[in-house]
Write a protein that binds this ligand. Structure first.
Ligand code: ADP
Ligand code: MG
Length: 371
């Protein structure tokens, strides 16, 4: 498990610190000893399958779930026992949850009215918040006359109207169709960039997490499996779980041994010797190991590629995805392998039944923990 420092005094740029957060419901450990540090202005995503504890962590930060153990510190202040309405955090949920009997403007102004704001000032702030999400021209509309995407924009404006330092978002786009979701992902990212508010975002969608976040925390059964920047998690997964959860991977069991030339040799179960180059940050695997190899790091050819590991195989299936092909290859040395290659840019037009070479560079696979 890797992640940001979790103990010691708050650093100047840390806005949220969670220490040993645990929430149990009877025998269920919804959240199990989670610690993390969130830098001010970050776009941090809690990513995990359904039931992994994402909402429980977010609700604990919001104050709607009382932790069984642990502390939550915001801007240096322990808020673990502060009521939700005194925390001053903005929230957006999966459902739009707009008040159906109020206009867009009244919906967005609601948090200000609850706080007893001045009407004239409030009107300006409502207009500003709606302008942030390009909805100011619809200020007098009723929610039922808005599309799903527009309703979610209004919900965002409502959460931002009192300029919270932190915005909590729980799967805000999951009710939208794919195309609209992609548009709103982009808009959310731009909005984050523009206003500089810290975003704590929850999703079960890997692509969404990779494309939007500065930092991702991968949750598994209420615990942090690994955290880091999207590129780090994708290219340096610590475990089989992470390599498989973020994108796709082939897993190759073998035995690692130092190679006289300074690299590593991996002997497959079938007895084939393959080479492994180490990245700067990478510990050398030794003994029984599990290697992860991304489909896009494989080149399928008719003859072995120089400077690569090569195993032979037969194409058993091809799926066309528009921009690229997914090619399934049965190899005596490794069993079934999946490759992904750009349409017609690869050296082989993939045909089922063709005898091919599966090639990858010695630096393009990584040892991962088998868990
Ligand atoms: P996620 O948001 O990742 O889907 P949750 O935080 O909602 O996960 O839930 C984590 C686990 O805690 C699940 O097993 C869920 O069933 C359980 N859980 C969540 N809330 C409650 C509750 N109020 N009572 C009992 N169990 C709960
Ligand atoms: Mg949830």
């Amino acid at each position: 498990m890797t992640g940001p420092a979790t103990t010691g005094p708050a650093t100047a740029d840390e806005i949220v610190r969670i220490e040993g957060l645990t929430k149990t419901y009877g025998a269920v450990r919804a959240v199990d000893d989670v610690s993390l540090s969130i830098p001010r202005g970050a776009f941090l995503t809690l990513l995990g399958a359904s039931g992994s504890g994402k909402t429980t962590i977010l609700m604990s930060i919001a104050g709607f779930v009382q932790p069984s153990a642990g502390r939550i510190v915001v801007a240096g202040r322990d808020i673990t026992h502060v009521p939700a309405n005194k925390r001053g955090l903005g929230m957006v949920f999966q459902g739009y949850a707009l008040f159906p009997h109020m206009s867009v403007g009244d919906n967005v102004g609601f948090p200000l009215r609850v706080r007893g704001g001045k009407r004239a000032v409030d009107r300006d702030r409502v207009a500003q918040a709606l302008a942030l999400v390009q909805m100011d021209h619809l200020i007098d509309r009723m929610p039922d006359a808005l599309s799903g995407g527009q309703q979610q924009r209004v919900a965002l404006a409502r959460a931002l109207v009192f300029n919270p330092a932190i915005l909590l978002l729980d799967e805000p786009l999951s009710a939208l169709d794919k195309k609209l979701r992609a548009d709103l992902q982009w808009e959310l990212k731009e909005l984050h960039h523009k206003i500089g508010t810290t975003f704590i975002y929850v999703t079960h969608d890997q692509d969404e997490a990779l494309s939007m976040s500065d930092n991702i925390v991968i949750l598994r059964d209420g615990r942090i499996e690994q955290s880091g920047a999207p590129g780090t998690l994708y290219h340096r997964p610590a475990s089989r779980f992470v390599a498989d959860f973020l994108g796709k991977s082939n897993f190759i069991p073998g035995t690692a041994a130092p190679d006289p030339s300074g690299g590593i040799t991996v002997t497959t179960r079938g007895g084939q010797l393959l080479s492994k180059a180490l990245a700067d940050d990478e510990a050398a695997p030794a003994g029984p190991c599990l290697m992860a190899l991304r489909p896009e790091n494989i080149t399928v050819t008719h003859t072995p590629l120089e400077g690569h590991n090569t195993v032979e195989g037969t194409i058993t299936g091809v799926s066309f995805f528009g921009a690229d092909h997914q090619i399934m290859i049965e190899t005596p040395a490794l069993g079934p392998v999946t490759a992904r290659s750009h349409a017609l840019r690869g050296a082989v037009a993939p045909d089922t039944g063709a005898r091919v070479c599966v090639n990858w560079r010695p630096g393009d696979w990584r040892a991962v923990a088998d868990r």
